[in-house]
Each structure stands twice: as C-alpha cells, then as structure tokens.
Design a protein around this ligand. Structure first.
Ligand code: NAG
Ligand code: NAG
Ligand code: NAG
Length: 197
C-alpha cells in the first residue's frame, strides 16, 4: 500500500516536473489540435461507415421487374400498354393494373421492351419516365407475318417517378400481336444499374 502511494507520487511528481520543463502553452495547443484531429477522423469514419452500409443495403435489395402482355392488343394513340402478367418484381414496384413501374430509389436504370407486329399493322410505342419521352420504337411489316422488335434504354429516374410504355401520338391503330398467347412474348422489364442520391 505504502509502496503504491509512493509509486503514484513518483509518477505524478515526475509528470509535474516534466510539464514544468516543457512549454505548457505549446502542449495545450497540441492537445487541442489533437482533439480536433480525433473528432475529424471520427466524423470521416462515421461517414465512410454510412456509405458502405448504404452500398451493401442497395446491393442486397436490388431493384428489378419483368412483366408481360399475354394477349393480342389493339391500342389507339397515347394509350398505355398494360402489361398484365408480372414475371418478377423485387419490391412490388410494378403495378400490373396500370402497367406502371414506380422507382423506389433515384439512380440510373435500364429498361427494355419488346413488341410483336401484326400482319400489315403498325406498333409505335415509346418509353416514358415521369411522362417525359425517353425512347421510342416503330415497328411495321407490310406482309402477313409477325416480327419482334426490342428497344433498350438507359436513363435517370428519380425516386417516385412513374415509368411506362405507351403508344405514340402518331397512329390511331396500333396492334400488338402475340403469336402464342399461352407463352407470352411481349415484355417490359427494368432494373437499377446504379443508385445515386
Ligand atoms: C511557449 O509557446 C508559445 C506559443 O508558441 C510562445 O508564444 C511562448 O513564447 C513560449 N514560451 C516559452 C517560455 O518558450
Ligand atoms: C461527413 O458528412 C457530413 C454530412 O454529409 C458532412 O457535412 C461532413 O463534412 C462529412 N465529414 C467528413 C470528414 O467528410
Ligand atoms: C405455345 O406455347 C406453349 C407453352 O410454351 C407450348 O406448349 C405450345 O406448343 C406453343 N404453341 C405453339 C403453336 O407454338
């Protein structure tokens, strides 16, 4: 016990002694600077942790959907194509009642859609994001046959934006053929490439 007290005193006295040798003003300045550095590093670590967690979460969740139209469809101008069958949907973001995808996060997305032409008929469709035309696809074959046409687009979508396929303002009779209705081939799909806030 006595030895411990002696040791404590020795350490304290030594500490005080060494402090009196050094310029205490400098030491206080050093401690303040050190504290600021530590706070800044803590802040950076916190920010990095958050970034990594966000990345891992969006990677884990993923965002994608795929839908099909299972019947021969006649559409006037400016009519939304109501893809009625959901093949896959990561987070219930595609509404098969109205044919619209609602973006759960902001970022760059890829969308793609395929239509089949009907003999001598036109299919003129466009991709709309938040009602803005992003891309369009005209398909027509002037003989009694059916061919598929596909378009792929990459675009920016804000969280909450609606994305859909509709006929353009050009033709009042668009016919989307489905060569084998029990095996739907008319599709609309999309996925998130990169999330950005
Ligand atoms: C201690 O450091 C301060 C700040 O650098 C300086 O202004 C002061 O003159 C120094 N004092 C001594 C005794 O060296
Ligand atoms: C941490 O993030 C906040 C909020 O975005 C920002 O204000 C701050 O400057 C960042 N700190 C560092 C050290 O990057
Ligand atoms: C239509 O698709 C179904 C399901 O894949 C298949 O069993 C059937 O043979 C196809 N019919 C024709 C005419 O291609």
């Amino acid at each position: 016990m006595v030895f411990l007290q002696f040791l404590t005193c020795l350490l304290l006295c030594k500490g005080l002694h060494s402090m009196s040798i050094h310029n205490t003003t400098n030491e206080i300045v050093d401690v303040v600077a050190l504290k600021q550095d530590v706070e800044s590093i803590k802040d950076q670590v916190h920010n990095l942790t958050r970034l990594i967690e966000n990345d891992i979460n969006s990677y884990k969740q993923g965002v994608f959907f795929s839908a099909r139209l299972s019947r021969l469809t006649y559409l006037n101008k400016n009519s939304i194509v109501k893809f009625n069958e959901v093949v896959t949907d990561s987070g219930n973001n595609f509404n098969h009642g109205n044919g619209m995808f609602v973006a759960p996060v902001s970022g760059y997305y890829q969308f793609s859609w395929t239509t089949f032409t009907y003999s001598n008929k036109i299919v003129d469709t466009e991709l709309r994001v938040d009602n803005v035309i992003v891309d369009a696809m005209y398909a027509h074959i002037s003989v009694a046959s059916s061919i598929p046409a596909t378009k792929i687009a990459i675009c920016w979508v804000n969280k909450g934006d609606h994305v859909w396929i509709q006929t353009t303002n050009s033709y009042s009779e668009n016919v989307i053929h489905n060569p084998n209705e029990s095996n739907a081939k008319i599709s609309f799909l999309g996925f998130l490439i990169e999330e950005k806030n």
